[in-house]
Design a protein around this ligand. Structure first.
Ligand code: IPM
Ligand code: MN
Length: 354
C-alpha cells in the first residue's frame, strides 16, 4: 500500500516522540513492502514562531494532500501564562480538527498486566479494564460563540441534532463490535445541550436493540471511571467532557504517555496521542513514545493493515514486559530508558517478530 503521511511534530516533546512514530512506520513499510511517504509540516508554537500562524495554509494543504496525519503535541508555557496573547498554539490543533471536520475522536483505554502496579489505583479495581471513549471533537464549548471583555467572558456549548447523531452512530458502531454496551455521558439535569444529547440518544437507541444503552451524568461518570472502570465498554460524550474524562482515564493505564487516539470524520484522518507537549521534558529524552507509536498502530489499522498494527502492539507490549521503559513507567529498581532507546527497541522488534 502507498500512503502519504503528513507528520506534524509541533511543540515540546513533539519532535522526540514523532521521530519514534515515524521510525516504527518506516520499519513496518520495509517489512511489509509498503510505500509510506512522509512530509513534515509546522503546527502550534513552532508554527507561530516560524510564520506567525499556529496552523499555516501550507500545513492545511499538506494535510488535505495526504492520506493520514501523524500529529504529536502542541502547547507552550509562554502562551499558557499569557492569557492576553491573541494567538495560541492550541488554536492550530483546533483549527486542524475543525477544518478537516474530524468530529470523532477515539480514545481506547486498556491496562497492561505488568503495569498494573504503576497505577495509583488498586490493581483489583483496574485489572481487565478495557473500554473506548468516543469524544465528540468539533462542537460544543470549544467552538461555540465566545466573548471576552475585561470583566465578563463566556463560551457557548452549542450542539445540533446532526452533530449528536453522527457521533452517536460512530459510538454505536464501536459498541456493536465490542461488548454491546454504550454509556452516554452528559449533564442533562442542568444543561440544555445535554438534554438534546439525551433526547437524540433515546431516539437512536431503538435502532440498536442489540446494544444496551445507559445514561450517566458526567460527575457520576468521573467517579465511576476510577471506582469501577470495568463497568465501561464504550463511552460517548461531548467535546469538553471527553477531554476531561480521558485525562482522568489515563490514570487507569498507569501513564498519560500510553494513550493513543484517532480523530476521524470527513477529511484526512488524524492520529494523535492523548497527552500534551510536556514542555518541561523537551530535549531531555524522557518522554514516553508509546502513545505516539500506538497512534501509528491506529493509523495502520485505519487502512485495514491489521497484521501490521498487531506487530506494533505486540512490540509495545514486549517492550513493557522486558522493562524497556521510559521513567514514567519504569520499575523503581531499574534504570529507565530514553525516548529513542524505547522507540528503537520497538522498531527493532517490529522488524524481527513473527
Ligand atoms: C487533547 C488536548 C487538546 C484538547 C488541547 C491541546 C487543545 O488537551 O487533545 O485532549 O483540549 O482537545
Ligand atoms: Mn486533553
Amino acid at each position: 500500500m502507498e500512503l502519504n503521511i503528513a507528520v506534524l511534530p509541533g511543540d515540546g516533546i513533539g519532535s522526540e516522540i514523532s521521530a519514534q512514530g515515524v521510525l516504527v512506520l518506516e520499519t513496518i513499510a520495509r517489512r511489509f513492502n509498503h510505500k509510506f511517504i512522509f512530509r513534515t509540516g509546522l503546527i502550534g508554537a513552532a508554527a507561530i514562531e516560524a510564520v506567525g500562524d499556529p496552523f499555516p495554509n501550507e500545513t492545511m494543504q499538506l494535510c488535505l494532500d495526504s492520506d493520514a496525519i501523524l500529529f504529536s503535541a502542541v502547547g507552550d508555557p509562554r502562551y499558557d501564562n499569557d492569557p492576553t496573547s491573541p494567538v495560541r498554539p492550541e488554536q492550530g490543533l483546533l483549527k486542524m480538527r475543525k477544518s478537516l471536520e474530524l468530529y470523532a475522536n477515539i480514545r481506547p483505554i486498556s491496562t497492561y498486566k505488568s503495569l498494573l502496579e504503576r497505577s495509583p489505583l488498586k490493581e483489583e479495581v483496574i485489572e481487565g479494564a478495557d473500554f473506548v471513549c468516543v469524544r465528540e471533537l468539533t462542537g460544543g464549548m470549544y467552538f461555540g460563540e465566545k466573548y471576552e471583555s475585561v470583566d465578563k467572558a463566556y463560551d457557548t456549548n452549542v450542539y445540533s441534532r446532526n452533530e449528536i447523531e453522527r457521533i452517536l452512530r460512530v459510538a454505536y458502531g464501536y459498541a456493536l463490535n465490542r461488548n454491546k454496551h454504550l454509556t452516554v455521558v452528559d449533564k442533562a439535569n442542568v444543561l440544555a445541550s445535554s438534554r438534546l444529547w439525551r433526547k437524540v440518544a433515546q431516539e437512536m437507541e431503538k435502532e440498536y436493540p442489540e446494544v444496551k444503552t445507559d445514561y450517566m451524568f458526567v460527575d457520576n461518570a468521573s467517579m465511576r471511571l476510577i471506582q469501577d472502570p470495568r463497568f465501561f465498554d464504550v463511552l460517548v460524550t461531548e467535546n469538553t467532557f471527553g477531554d476531561i474524562l480521558t485525562d482522568e482515564a489515563s490514570v487507569i493505564t498507569g501513564s498519560m504517555g500510553l494513550l493513543p487516539s484517532a480523530s476521524t470524520g470527513e477529511k484526512t484522518p488524524l492520529f494523535e496521542p492523548v497527552h500534551g507537549s510536556w514542555p518541561e521534558a523537551a530535549g531531555k529524552h524522557i518522554a514516553n513514545p508509546i502513545a505516539q507509536i500506538l497512534s501509528a498502530a491506529m493509523l495502520l489499522e485505519h487502512f485495514g493493515l491489521k497484521d501490521e498494527g498487531k506487530i506494533v502492539r505486540d512490540a509495545v507490549q514486549a517492550s513493557i514486559e522486558n522493562s524497556i521503559r521510559t521513567p514514567d513507567i519504569q520499575k523503581k529498581e531499574l534504570k529507565p530508558y530514553t525516548t529513542e532507546e524505547v522507540g528503537e527497541w520497538i522498531a527493532d522488534y517490529c522488524s524481527k517478530a513473527n
